[in-house]
Ligand binder design. Structure first.
Ligand code: ZN
Length: 354
């Protein structure tokens, strides 16, 4: 599949925590073409295995398949849907946005998150963002019976609706769910690259579930893989915007987190990655997240532990309907992980473990 098509498809697939099937099916099919085996945990994650050397170190590269969204909790008499957030949403970014409601049968309906115009807001309401508890979805039907006739039920998934778009500079890519379909795509691309390369490791390209609600698929898959080295590929927050501090810039390479809410990045693995980046002339940034973590936090604690890092693609406007990434950061991320795997072997991985 052509590169842009791949980005579009992955961005536009719908999958909230606990409902990642669309993404899992797609990813599994792609992995099957390049991996020695494709297996699963019991909660929906997918694990592609590429054997470079049978007894070599186990290197786990994981992207989470879930995106932030909502779950239907109530259908009101008037035919509106009440929802609960899956993942971290802020009231300021949700109003008047379009969504897709997917039924258990797989039917999809367009909805809009209702908003009040300024004319009828109270002075208090004007001052603060909407409480997520108060939002509702309008499917454009008459009443509760009409909603039920569509097959919509409590527990159904609600995802942002927006089409993948190349911006004026076609390296700037707008879409939903870059957090973290881009991480899934990096894991897949690395698997594809390694198909034709010699290396001394057993590589696991993994799509995890339920990251946004507590790194759950990372836990189950890391228990299966028992990694010697683990890399979570995810997104981080680009700060090259008005009011930002410019410490994380678009187009200047993936960012290795030295610290996040769930992990102190492994120093030895980080040093190795920086060495590989330098050798191959791959731009890379160093950064941190005071709050919020990635799957790396959980993978680092599997069994007796694994040197782990969060490797993140700078992204603008994450945890909203519409986010943006830079194509070069994605490409350099794939390059960095591929070259890292090629440089690792039993001896160098042993040296990482202190
Ligand atoms: Zn993420």
């Amino acid at each position: 599949m052509e590169k842009n098509k791949m980005l579009k498809v992955l961005s536009e697939l719908n999958g909230v925590p606990g409902n990642e099937t669309q993404v899992k099916n797609f990813l599994a099919k792609e992995l099957e073409e390049v991996c020695d085996t494709v297996t699963y945990d019991k909660i929906g994650s997918v694990i592609g295995k590429i054997v470079g050397k049978e007894e070599g170190p186990r290197i786990m590269i994981a992207g989470h398949m879930d995106e932030i969204g909502f779950m239907v909790t109530q259908i009101t008499k008037g035919g509106y849907l009440k929802v609960l957030p899956l993942g971290g949403w802020w009231g300021q970014v949700v109003l008047a946005q379009q969504v897709t409601v997917t039924t258990s049968e797989g039917k999809e309906y367009r909805g809009v998150i209702g908003s009040k115009p300024p004319h009828i807001l109270t002075p208090e309401e004007v001052k603060k963002p909407t409480d997520i508890k108060n939002i509702f979805i309008d499917l454009g039907v008459d009443d509760k019976e009409a909603v039920e006739a569509l097959g919509v039920q409590i527990g159904d998934m609600v995802t942002p609706y927006i089409e993948f778009t190349e911006m004026a500079n076609p390296d700037y890519l707008l879409g939903k769910a870059w957090d973290n379909r881009i991480g899934c795509l990096v894991a897949l691309d690395v698997a594809k690259n390694l198909k034709n390369e010699e290396h001394n490791n057993v590589v696991y390209a993994v799509g995890t579930v339920q990251e946004e609600v507590g790194l759950r698929g990372a836990g189950t898959t890391a228990n299966i893989v028992n990694p010697d080295v683990a890399i979570a590929v995810d997104v981080t927050i680009a700060t090259d915007i008005p009011g930002g501090d410019d410490t994380c810039k678009f187009g200047e390479g993936p960012q290795i987190l030295v610290y996040d809410g769930g992990l102190v990045g492994h120093r030895g693995l980080r040093a190795k990655m920086l060495e590989v980046a330098k050798k191959h002339d791959i731009p890379v940034q160093l950064g941190h997240l005071r709050r919020g973590g990635t799957d790396a936090g959980r993978m680092s604690l599997a069994h007796d532990g694994a040197p782990s890092v969060s490797l993140c693609i700078p992204s603008r406007y994450i945890h909203s309907h519409t986010s943006m990434i830079h194509r070069k950061d994605y490409e350099n991320c794939v390059k960095l992980v591929t070259e890292l795997v090629k440089e690792l072997d039993k001896e160098s991985v042993d040296k990482l473990t202190y």
